[in-house]
Design a binder for this molecule. Sequence first.
Ligand SMILES: Cc1cc2nc3c(=O)[nH]c(=O)nc-3n(C[C@H](O)[C@H](O)[C@H](O)COP(=O)(O)O)c2cc1C
Length: 227
Amino acid sequence: MQTGRIDAWQGCKNRLPLPAIRIHIGKGKRLTFNDLTSPISLIETRRSGKPRDMIEPGPDPAQLDRILAAAMRVPDHGKLAPWRFVVIDSDKREAFATILRAAYLEEKPEAGRLELEALEQFATQSPTLVIVVSAPTSDSKIPLWEQQLSAGAACTMMLHAAHALGFVGSWLTGWPAYSKTIEREFGGAGDRIAGFVFMGSPGRSLSERPRPEFEAIVSHWPGKIEG
Ligand SMILES: Cc1cc2nc3c(=O)[nH]c(=O)nc-3n(C[C@H](O)[C@H](O)[C@H](O)COP(=O)(O)O)c2cc1C
């Protein structure tokens, strides 16, 4: 049964900013990841799964459409929709692996068996795979940077939507995202691969990873000092 709640022991001493969450994370206590209790608890406890640990079921076609539609609701300056989502359906995963291997061998003809097997695993792991392509409009007054930020936001939104439906997701890049051959396969001129978003059910418990200290990230501007 799919509940979307993944309990795992966590040993992270980093503080989360809200008391409601802090009470869950004392040493030796259980932390619920991707906690569906409320919208804010889902965001506060967001945790990716490892694609290689993801198992069936992944999102069904209607759920996947919902996830993709949610990802289209990201902030998008100028309403340019500067992203494309390419679904690699399960019956196309082997073909995807084949083009990854060919592109890799083109770049590194001396590649060894282990490298090629890693590419095969990359292409075939997890039930669901979507390639998010940053597809900016070049003749727009909206800066390229802002359009690319929107593509990154689409990846994050896709993860949130997958988690909201009780799945786990993961956003990876790696060599395939930077291969010009793969870029051309999935995008047009000026497009770049923002990420490979994998989705499925968690085959293993999630565990916490180190998070930044709140105080190291957040500051309050002291204001202009009169001199
Ligand atoms: C643009 C981008 C690319 C990433 N690529 C990889 C990757 O290739 N391999 C990897 O192990 N993690 C990669 N990550 C990190 C994972 O997506 C993930 O954030 C990390 O494992 C931490 O888990 P969390 O999402 O639960 O915080 C990438 C993250 C971003 C934002």
